[in-house]
Design a protein around this ligand. Structure first.
Ligand code: SF4
Length: 239
């Protein structure tokens, strides 16, 4: 299916069905300021939530503020976040990002994003080293800014591919713009957050990477992958 109008209808129906399962509106999972959210997001890349959350708390415990993290010996930062994936890359990256923000703003703060139009704020963030669409959307959506931006993580992306919203060849980065364009342009921050959350939760709890549970999936009738993995009863009986 490549008809844009049909894809928009399908995206809305998937959203509606998943909201019936997971309950919308979904509560925001934390209330971090934008700078803290950015650090949290950089820690979370390819890392389980529990490990990145523990690393974030360890940074907060060890240093009084982000200026002190920025200026700390990199080996100490790496040691503090040792539980995440690739701490040897993330420690210098986080410090580089904190230094770059300080250079651009004149102080270590992301307060300038408050009230900035979302496209402009995302472009500003994506000029930082190692910050792509997922991180910029996470900072705007998950932080206390509560802006209308759609993050796409690997679970969300997998569900979108399997249900045919995007082709498998479209990587997570470029999928952000395509998936956001399938949703109503007037959706507010909560609705976009809900969409990300229910797609992610569906990937975590039903559409598993290995052996998706198509038998109990509310999206089965809409999902070309599920139709192949779990054909309708009549087809199974005649096979
Ligand atoms: S039907 Fe199967 S493959 Fe499709 S979304 Fe549901 S669990 Fe995933």
């Amino acid at each position: 299916m490549t008809d844009p109008a049909a894809l928009r209808d399908k995206a809305l129906e998937i959203h509606r069905l998943l909201c019936t399962v997971h309950g919308c509106p979904v509560a925001y999972f934390h209330s971090l300021d934008p700078l803290s959210e950015l650090v949290s997001s950089l820690l979370s890349h390819r890392t389980r939530n529990a490990a990145s959350g523990a690393a974030f708390k360890a940074l907060r415990r060890r240093w009084p503020d982000w200026e002190a993290v920025r200026d700390a010996p990199v080996a100490e930062v790496e040691e503090t976040i040792a539980g995440v994936t690739w701490p040897e890359q993330k420690a210098p990256r986080i410090q580089a990002v904190l230094r770059r923000i300080t250079e651009r703003v004149g102080t270590l703060s992301l307060d300038l994003l408050t009230g900035m139009p979302v496209p402009e704020a995302r472009a500003w963030l994506e000029e930082l080293p190692g910050v792509g669409p997922k991180t910029s959307a996470a900072v705007l959506s998950f932080s206390t800014l509560r802006q209308a931006a759609l993050p796409v993580d690997s679970h969300h992306h997998r569900v979108a591919v399997r249900t045919g919203l995007i082709p498998a060849s479209l990587a997570v980065g470029p999928s952000h713009a395509v998936l956001a364009a399938q949703l109503p342009a007037d959706w507010d921050a909560q609705q976009l957050y809900d969409n990300h959350e229910v797609m992610m939760l569906h990937g975590q709890r039903c559409c598993y990477h290995h052996a998706p549970a198509c038998d109990r999936c509310v999206l089965l009738r809409l999902c070309p992958t599920g139709q192949v993995l779990r054909p309708p009863e009549a087809e199974r009986e005649s096979a």
